[in-house]
Write a new protein. Sequence first.
Length: 343
Amino acid sequence: MHHGEPFRQAFDIHHQETDMTKRLSLLPLLFALLFAGLFPWAGAHAQDYPNKPIRFIYPYPAGGSGDNIMRLVADMLGPELGGSVYVENRPGASGVVGTRTVAESAPDGYTLGLTSNGTHAAVMSLVKNPGYDPLKNFTHIGLFASLPWMLVVPAQQPFQSVNDLVAWARANPGKLTMSHYSSSSRVLVHMLQTASKVQLTEVPYKAPGQVITDLIGGQLQAAFLPMEIAMAQAAGGKMRVLGAASEKRQPGAPQVPTIAEQLPGVALTSWMGMGAPAGLPPDVTTKLQSALTRVLNKPEFRERLQKLSGDVLINTPAQIHARIREEMAMWAKFAKEAGVQPE
């Protein structure tokens, strides 16, 4: 062996080790680039967010107070974010289709969706397999509105109060006909029946339009309707509002007593909030929460919301999670008592 051979071998080995070390040192960078390519939303990007329109999914058909409130939030949220937000109606399966679309979207901040007691609390007791977990599959941004329900009767009925209605129902078991067309109106009918200990006949509907028609026509004797619809019908002389299914009297209708003032145990308010897919970057979450809070504190928003029969509702993510868990337990109890099976 040549005298210089050991030195050349040592040099080659050292060179190979150095080259390998360099290549290994590049692996984290390569993985980071690959990860960013596969999951472009993973990096913090609140500084340039949003750089394209944000869709806000409403999982019900267009029209009505809920849809109008969604559009109000979207219109006022866009300028606060320095971009644009548009409402996309994605109805189906009582809100499950649109809500599942949100859960399955990329957590990049460009798909937001409605959260509500129907889609995120009642769903677990009323739908066999919604395809999402209301807590695990969402980043809850915040709530923004509560919508009260009103107990109404046709104007031609003699009932002037909740007590009148209950007294007649007790004297005529099973003859009082009441409708429900949503998860909230369904549980309210159950609450009324349980609190008053009366026997009544429940009539299921798919939408409020036919409920209104049958109330006016005399086929139904009572129903729970959203405040906006109830007060409009009362103003037209077609219906009489007996009480608000809320814990306090409503600013938009202070003359209407709460049902609880006459019959304790009947109170349920629908709520609306904003959610995103789970895994939303923290900086984007913070930006959305800050923008939403600024909107909710604007006098213009509060005035316009009240005209739509809504009240401002502000909750932290922790409070939202607690509310959903509490209401999921309430719905499970209702389903058991009423013998309701998930469909």
